[in-house]
Write a protein that binds this ligand. Structure first.
Ligand SMILES: *Cc1c(COP(=O)(O)O)cnc(C)c1O
Length: 355
């Protein structure tokens, strides 16, 4: 069964907005999009900024598809994975009626996106004292006839846990019922095989990737949805006509050049080494109660007194993320891995902290 039967029928039937750039015609004199005929910035190296960009820039699409090892037909590129999360919620969930399931703690945008769209949000609680292990059956017990999306963030933000060993069986268990959305924002730091390799086996699998984290392009907002062609077409149909600003597309192409990709690989290796160094060093500090293993470029820690640690870091001009008000995460802070100097500054600031 096609998973489109679980999407909102009025959207499956929707004829998309016929934007000028979608017509496919090419001509020297372009008077089809009410654009200004002059380029104020007149940047020699780039597309004229007075023109609307391609809805899905072909070169960027080919490069990203090659990077992730997938067919370009399975790829939709948007303004960060955040936009893909929002569009999936809108494509599948009838507002005020359908529900989505996600882990807790996990990335906050699933809940926010669901609430903005008035979809019901169901959390599957992970136990910090069990290292956030996922109980497969507990997750499936939250699924009902109105569940449309299941978000699995792996490696999970903020716990750092990798859940990839569950993807194949979860996708099978959810087949024809719900779309399993695997958010791989941090997969590059995990030394794990992407769920993209399972797309042939599961029509109800979607993978989110981003250039924001490992590729250092958070400011450009380039994220990818990778899924069955039917789902990609549906999302493309309801997406705004020109999601990708031309300067962001240029930035994306630059970080996907071979030399840049080589630097990215080296930086990932460095960050992973630093993560493990920090994990060992932090675990030895008297102020630290627990450092969880992490497959991302961050560590989740429990302090004896997280408020004190947070303030001490801030006094040393270091900002970290406070998770202490989240259920189960009392006294927990999340620390991103920075440069070696940044990380040393964290250690130096905390070393003197009273427990
Ligand atoms: C940072 C983050 C994102 C955001 O990605 P963008 O592509 O920048 O929108 C998505 N998912 C998770 C889990 C993240 O931590």
């Amino acid at each position: 069964m096609s998973l489109l039967q679980r999407a909102r029928p009025e959207l499956v039937a929707l004829k998309p907005y016929a934007s000028a750039r979608r017509s496919g015609f090419k001509a020297r004199i372009r008077l089809d999009a009410n654009e200004l005929p002059w380029d104020e910035l007149d940047d020699e190296r780039s597309e004229s900024i007075n023109r609307y960009p391609e809805p899905q820039p072909e070169r960027l699409r080919e490069r990203i598809a090659a990077l992730y090892g997938i067919a370009a037909e399975r790829l939709w590129i948007g303004r960060g994975s955040d936009e893909a999360i929002d569009l999936l919620l809108r494509a599948f969930c009838r507002a005020g009626h359908d529900n989505v399931v996600a882990l807790a703690p996990s990335f906050g945008m699933y809940r926010i996106g669901a609430t903005v769209h008035d979809a019901r949000f169901r959390a599957v609680t992970l136990d910090p004292s069990a290292d956030f292990a996922l109980d497969h059956d507990a997750l499936l017990a939250r699924i009902d006839a109105d569940t449309k999306l299941v978000f699995l963030c792996s490696p999970n933000n903020p716990s750092g846990t990798l859940f990839h060993q569950h993807i194949d069986s979860l996708a099978s268990a959810l087949a024809s019922r719900a779309l399993l959305v695997v958010d791989e924002a941090y997969i590059e730091f995990a030394d794990a095989v992407s769920a993209c390799g399972l797309l042939d086996r599961h029509a109800n699998l979607a993978v989110l990737r981003t250039l924001s984290k490992a590729h250092g392009l958070a400011g450009a907002r380039i994220g990818s949805l990778i899924a069955d062609e039917e789902i990609v077409d549906l999302v493309a149909r309801i997406a705004p006509p020109y999601p990708l600003p031309a300067p962001s597309v240029r930035a994306g192409l630059r970080v996907l050049e071979p030399a840049a990709l080589e630097r990215t690989r080296e930086r990932i290796a460095l960050l992973v080494r630093e993560r493990e160094r920090m994990r060992a060093m932090l675990a030895n500090l008297p102020a630290v109660r627990k450092v969880w293993p992490s497959f991302g470029n961050f560590l989740l820690l429990r302090f004896a007194d997280s408020r004190r640690a947070f303030e001490r870091l801030l006094a040393h001009d270091i900002l970290v993320r406070d998770f202490s008000s989240q259920p189960g995460l009392d006294n927990c802070l999340r620390i991103s891995i920075g440069t070696q100097a940044d990380n040393d500054a964290v250690l130096a600031a905390l070393a003197g902290a009273p427990s």
